[in-house]
Write a protein that binds this ligand. Sequence first.
Ligand SMILES: Nc1ncnc2c1ncn2[C@@H]1O[C@H](COP(=O)(O)OP(=O)(O)OP(=O)(O)O)[C@@H](O)[C@H]1O
Length: 627
Amino acid sequence: MTPGLAEDIGNGNNNVVPLLPRTTVELEFRNIKCTINTYSLIKFKMEQRQILKGVSGCFKPGALTAIMGPSGAGKTTLLNILAGYSTQGAKGEIAVNGACTCASQSSGRGGARYIRQHDDLRAYLTVYEAMSLAAALKLADFSRHERKEKVYEILALLGLSAAAETLCRDLSGGQKRRLAVALELLSDPSLMFLDEPTTGLDSSASASLITLLNNLARGGRTLIATIHQPSALIFEKIDNVYCLEAGRTLYNGPRAALVPALARAGLQCPSYHNPADFLMEVASGEYDVDLIKVAKKMSQFKTDDAVNGSWVEIPTIPALPSSLDISTEMKSKHFGESPKMRKLSKNIYKPSGQVRQTAILLYRNYLITTRNYALFMYRVAAHVVIALIFGYLYSGVGGEASSVLGNYVYLYGSMLLTVYTGKMSVTLSFPLEMEILKGEYFNRWYNLAPYIFSILAVELPFQMISCVSYVVLSYWLTDNPLEPTRATLFLATIVATSLCAQAWGYFIGSTTPTKIAVFIGPVLACLFSVFGFCLALSDTPRYFRWLHYISYFRAGFHVAVYSVYGFNRKKLQCSKLYCQFVTPKTFLKQMDMEEVDIGGNMTIVILTTVLMHLLTCAALWYRLNKR
Ligand SMILES: Nc1ncnc2c1ncn2[C@@H]1O[C@H](COP(=O)(O)OP(=O)(O)OP(=O)(O)O)[C@@H](O)[C@H]1O
């Protein structure tokens, strides 16, 4: 790599042409409309809202296009539809290199990569690890050495070499955005969408990022970014402007032709005024003009007029070959591609297979977990502390006839604790994970099955270790029977029920927003726990009995109680004058648990676990593919 190339990029040297895409993509869209059905809380009825009102345009390779407009004009909606990231309520036609698709089709168009506004990065990976793991997922046909070379090349191009060993969470806002771009550049995409890439960055970081995007576009990519209100410096680096106002196109053309086009429509941009600010003022309705007429006049304005005028400079975009594939020779001729890049470009960007994806994702989760081990330690520590508290409060209740009811409460409390910790830990954390998953899945890093497997392979042992540490300690402190069969069955039941609750947690977390999930999770756990503990089957109204049969909590609890008091347990010692439950069978009879079908109940727990995981997979697949 040319010495000082990274610095050139950071300093905004426009002559630098970084990694080149393998193909060029021309994106044309016609009459895009988007209508959303919303429920009016004031009128108590469904209402239709048209967000995009038939917009058209064409984004060509080699240029950076900024989609601009006032807040709520529909910029993100248009970007999402064009990328195929979210196409709810969309109509119209989108053509990629002339091949038409329906705007409502939700899949990455033309191998598009989408970089969202939020930094969807793995906080506990270093920049180099994030890059090399992404490279391992995306570049299956590269050797380890070639991948490493490519990672270093891109990091240098994006000015991130010095931050290679920094954890992603410790990067500055600008570095995070550049890393998000770097991660997607690994597969040399031809079409990139960026939602508000400069939001939250200071002017220098924003300018540096836009310079980088401009350079990437110069290499033959089609780059489209929504930008709210660019400074004059940033605006200068944009090639084309697509301005929206209230879901309609106000201006679509070269940035350099904007001011004359506005003048042609009777709107003179004051001298020393940032044209981007002026455009925003016009689009926001600050001038008393009919914006539909303004848009019409501006669309009639010929770029040629501006080019012929001495006061307008149109940036020179390298002429690109019309064929889809840019040959190596052409790349060298047009863009001065380095020999090293040329060598790396020879490889085919083939994603890794499912088994390899699973191995890479497992390794990634292992790294994240070991870095964030405090979370695991807190979880185990919480279980140990509760075990000590329960053990102290219910000390010795397991072997004593006068405290059978106390032990029953301990057993119920144990079940409730492990069900809650199993369920709530994932119910609350999965919606956050979902955000990163959406981005990585859309950008085709991996398939869903390896992802789910890698998540479960970490989370399941976590919960199992937590449960075991709680049960072993509290069971021993409460003096419950230590016969191997009973103790093992009790432990296995608690762990299995907790994992079943965890499966429910995944389902709730992947289907409901966090705000709803936080109460749906506990409410369901409470509902299921009522059956079997507070309410015997004989006392349950007929129309509620199905809940008794499907309750995994009830099934697990019955097996747990039976493992302690069933299997013809001998009489208990009574240290008082009278003990009602000296014979354990009497107690089981009283609790409606004289006959507990161990196999049947465990089947309910295991089947519910499998069913909930399958439903989670189906829900995730639907959410990720039908946006
Ligand atoms: N799913 C939805 N349901 C209801 N309204 C929506 C939905 N998505 C977008 N909108 C509405 O559509 C309008 C355009 O939204 P969009 O996010 O595209 O605007 P924007 O131009 O990107 O705004 P900003 O610059 O503030 O991000 C907004 O008024 C928004 O409230």
